[in-house]
Design a protein around this ligand. Structure first.
Ligand code: GLA
Length: 711
């Protein structure tokens, strides 16, 4: 939760080794730990992702109540887990760990009793080092005593972390530290699930099965699409190592924490289930939305995760390209009854058709296959093609069976429409809508249509009705589409393709949508610039309203990525720059949007001097600066989250010589100081701009601003 350094890099390096090593290795015998636990991946909850150090008995007990009331216990979630910060900073005179008396007034045993009475189990956290990541006493050298405490309290699960690990670095040192606690837990005689958390540093998948029930494979997850994607890309290649009682752990789920779309959270949940991951909910279950709860309790997807065959999904070629090529993924997970769970995952920023076949995903030859869509709950049949138009960052997840298709099951049909990225106001473009029948059953007739919001002109330029569409056939309709002049700087409109079709004596409907961004160009004296090359930036202006759609990792963080609408040389040694951030979309985590003043707006990286005043979901409202010629920030004020982010918000940056003071206001009248920076190295004349960085690789954030004045 922002208090700890990031360490994703380590896991990434390890995964690179593995990606090339996979074909050469044989999976170790699983379940060598033989504590009889986690025969299927553990299901539960942990406080860390949503609450950080704010854990307490009340939170844990209320969460247990919520899991009973909201159906999660019934869906299979069992463990209620306490993470870091539950204990006192010192052991007692006898060397025992002491629960924090304010957070856990009746100790841990009372909480365990409460949780057990609800039919659930209790988990706790410790560290294979001298201190936990948040600085509480660690268990290194105290394994027996601490394991005995856990057992005496009735603890059922231990997550064992890797901070402050006394400089250990070799694989053997890691094995020794983690095995000491394994043996201590075993010696208690209490079955305690043992979850290793060494972030994938020393290839725990190679030794983890003998030591624990699961092992983290990567650095910490956060509630951003980029984080989820990067962890997936590392964990997916570790499929040979997962098995009963011994699981790859790509970290706890972020579903429900608010920064991803429903499609992205479904993707996270589907991918984790396909990878046999422990499904540990990481959100506030006392206040979860119906949509997020529906993800956590999707029984079909949970069943894929929990399938007794316990095989992790294997990435297979997609659309004839190697697995993961161009960001398109097909995962195939063998299931105990002979079916396959197949996830089509589109990690890119635009809708894409992903295709594979029943034989490519490993199913036996058959005249017909049944496709059960595990999210829409529709069942269709296919002669063998498994394809779908998958929305950006989304998944389609099927359970595929050979044969056994009832006559009431309709053909699997796929609808696509050509991409409207780059469509410009008033300029006609041609859009192709395509309809494919993957089924054995003939489609007797199909009517294709394309609709958009008011202002769009859409005309068919050929036939839109087709008859007798047989197996594997595709028919297409052409439309001429003219986008309207946008009324906002960047207008996002939705175009929907629909097909109504007949098979046997039944009717079916299928539709697919895409979003088009219409830009009203920026006018002089304003100019635009982007150093965020992971996705194209867009800039719009209507009068005094501005919008920027931009991606990028961070400003002054080694990289220097931002997209800006700016004015050259407008800031002298006495100047005030003001704007209002009016709206944000897909601005998450440490993304930033606000005012940037720098010596040269177009010299990202090479001339990094400057000051930014911004709103950031995780950072809050902050002032940050750089003046020493290197590409790293000098300082930021105040600390993360001290001034919580609000939007809309007015921002004002005042320069007086070497001093820059930032202010914010929610009404444009009453201003609060954010902080003052005294910054050397700033030119007498500087550029000023509105900027955004999305902090999410390849995924732009869209930010609206009202007004941009320099006085
Ligand atoms: C590490 C772990 C996290 C969490 C924190 C607690 O970062 O990887 O999952 O337990 O420590 O401090």
């Amino acid at each position: 939760m922002g208090v700890l350094p990031r360490r994703g890099v380590v896991g990434f390096a390890a995964a690179l080794l593995v990606a090339t090593a996979v074909p050469l290795v044989t999976a170790p015998a699983a379940d060598a730990l033989a504590n009889g636990l986690a025969k299927t991946p553990q299901l539960g909850w942990n406080d860390w992702n949503a609450f950080g150090c704010d854990v307490s008995a009340a939170l844990v007990e209320q969460t247990a109540d919520a899991m009973v009331a909201n159906g999660m216990r019934k869906a299979g979630y069992q463990y209620v887990n306490i993470d870091d910060c539950w204990l006192e900073k010192q052991r007692d005179a006898a060397g025992n760990l002491v629960p924090d008396p304010v957070k856990f007034p009746d100790g841990i045993k009372a909480v365990a009793d409460y949780v057990h009475a609800k039919g659930l189990k209790l988990g706790i956290y410790e560290d294979a080092g001298t201190a936990t990541c948040a600085g509480y006493p660690g268990s290194l050298g105290h394994e027996k005593q601490d394991a005995a405490s856990f057992a005496s309290w009735g603890v059922d699960y231990l997550k064992y972390d890797n901070c402050n690990n006394a400089g250990s670095s070799t694989t053997q040192q890691y094995i020794d530290r983690y095995s000491a606690m394994r043996d201590a837990l075993a010696a208690t005689g209490r079955p305690i699930l043992y979850s290793l958390c060494e972030w994938g540093v020393n290839q725990p998948w190679t030794w983890g099965p003998q030591v624990g029930n699961s092992w983290r494979t990567t650095g910490d997850i956060n509630d951003s699409y980029g984080s989820m994607l990067s962890i997936f890309q590392q964990n997916v290649w570790l499929y040979p190592y997962s098995g009963p009682g011994a699981w790859n752990d790509p970290d706890m789920l972020e579903v429900g924490n608010g920064h991803l779309t429903t499609a992205e959270y479904r993707a996270e949940f589907s991918l984790w289930a396909a990878m046999n991951a422990p499904l540990i909910a990481g959100t506030d279950l006392r206040h979860i939305s119906a949509a997020d709860l529906a993800i956590y309790t999707n029984a079909d997807v949970i069943a894929v995760d929990q399938d007794p065959l316990a095989k992790q999904a294997v990435p297979v070629p997609a659309s004839g390209k190697p697995a993961g090529n161009n960001g398109l993924w097909v995962l195939s997970k063998p299931l105990s009854g002979g079916d396959r769970a197949v996830v089509l995952f589109n990690s890119t920023g635009t809708t894409a058709t992903i295709g594979t076949t029943a034989s490519e995903v490993g199913l036996p030859k058959s005249n017909d296959y049944q496709l059960r869509d595990l999210w829409s709950h529709n069942t269709t049949e296919t002669a063998g093609a498994i394809t779908a138009a998958v929305p950006a960052h989304g998944v389609v997840m099927y359970q595929v069976s050979a044969g056994r298709v009832g006559s009431n099951v309709g053909p699997n049909v796929i609808l696509g429409q050509s991409d409207l990225t780059g469509a410009e106001p008033g300029k006609p473009v041609s859009v192709t809508e395509s309809f494919t029948n993957n089924g054995r059953t003939v489609v007797r007739a199909a009517d294709l249509a394309l609709t958009g919001p008011a202002g769009w002109s859409i005309t068919a330029t050929g036939p839109t009705r087709f008859t007798g569409v047989g197996t594997g056939r595709t028919v297409t309709a052409q439309f001429t589409v003219t986008p309207p002049t946008p009324t906002t700087p960047i207008e996002t409109d939705t175009l929907t393709a629909t097909a109504n079709y007949l098979w046997r004596d039944r009717q079916g409907t299928v539709s697919t949508s895409q979003q088009a961004q219409l830009v009203s160009p920026v006018q002089a004296p304003y100019a635009t610039y982007s150093s965020a090359t992971d996705a194209p930036a867009r800039f719009g202006q209507v009068g005094g309203d501005f919008a920027i759609s931009g991606a990028g990792q961070d400003v002054w963080s080694g990289n220097d990525n931002y997209s800006a609408i700016y004015r050259s040389g407008v800031v002298g040694t006495a100047a005030t720059v003001e704007t209002e951030v009016t709206s944000t979309a897909a601005l998450s985590g440490y993304a930033k949007a606000g005012i940037m003043v720098r010596n040269s707006m177009t010299a990202a990286g090479s001339g990094p001097e400057g000051v930014i005043l911004y709103v950031s979901p995780s950072g809050g409202i902050q002032l940050e600066w750089n003046s020493d010629g290197n590409p790293y920030i000098d300082s930021v004020t105040p600390g993360n989250g001290t001034i919580p982010a609000v939007v809309p918000v007015h921002l004002k940056l005042v320069r007086a010589g070497a001093s820059y003071t930032g202010y914010y206001s929610t009404d444009g009248q009453n201003w609060t100081t954010v902080g003052t920076a005294t910054v050397a190295g700033q030119a007498a004349t500087q550029d000023a701009g509105l900027f955004v960085v999305s902090a999410s690789a390849g995924s732009p954030a869209l930010v609206g601003y009202h007004g941009f004045t320099v006085s």
